[in-house]
Design a protein around this ligand. Structure first.
Ligand code: FES
Length: 152
């Protein structure tokens, strides 16, 4: 039993469609949804582990691994794609050394995630860095933005 999960379940398991509120609660508290918490969540909500795992992997918002110290989300939906979002995403992954299936750099400094529309389509392409929206992004502007982040 994970104390945080038990607490979140006590708060939210009674809600209609409780799985998503529970998963949000766990990720908000822990930064990700540890794999070992899936059985407890499934049992409490009378779901199979596969159902819980399926929802975690379906929604890009949910993480199974801890995020890096900085999180960069790059929009890959239609409008941003049309304005260079895919090249921006590739640039970010290469620059921050998040390659292959890895979303986070080996040093734990950065996580690069895909998101699908940030509501800034008129100012594409858009990214979110550590919770702050940035529009009309280019690789050069992204480099400048990242250079402004001090590493601990
Ligand atoms: S498609 Fe990227 S912000 Fe809407």
């Amino acid at each position: 039993m994970h104390a945080v999960v038990t607490e979140v379940l006590a708060e939210r398991a009674h809600l209609p469609g409780a799985l998503l509120p529970v998963l949000h609660g766990v990720q908000d508290a822990l930064g990700h949804i540890p794999r070992e918490t899936v059985p407890e969540i499934a049992r409490a909500l009378n779901l199979s582990r596969a159902e819980v795992h399926g929802v975690i992997t379906y929604y890009h918002h949910f993480r199974e691994q801890p995020a890096g110290r900085h999180v960069l989300q790059v929009c890959r939906a239609e409008s941003c794609r049309a304005m260079g979002g895919e090249a921006l995403h590739a640039h970010a992954r290469a620059k921050l050394r998040c390659s292959g299936t890895q979303h986070s750099s080996a040093d734990g400094a950065y996580t690069v995630e895909s998101v699908y529309c940030l509501g800034l389509c008129a100012s594409s392409p858009a990214v979110v860095l550590d919770g702050r929206l940035h529009a009309r992004m280019t690789p050069a502007r992204l480099d400048a933005l990242l250079a402004g982040k001090s590493e601990s």
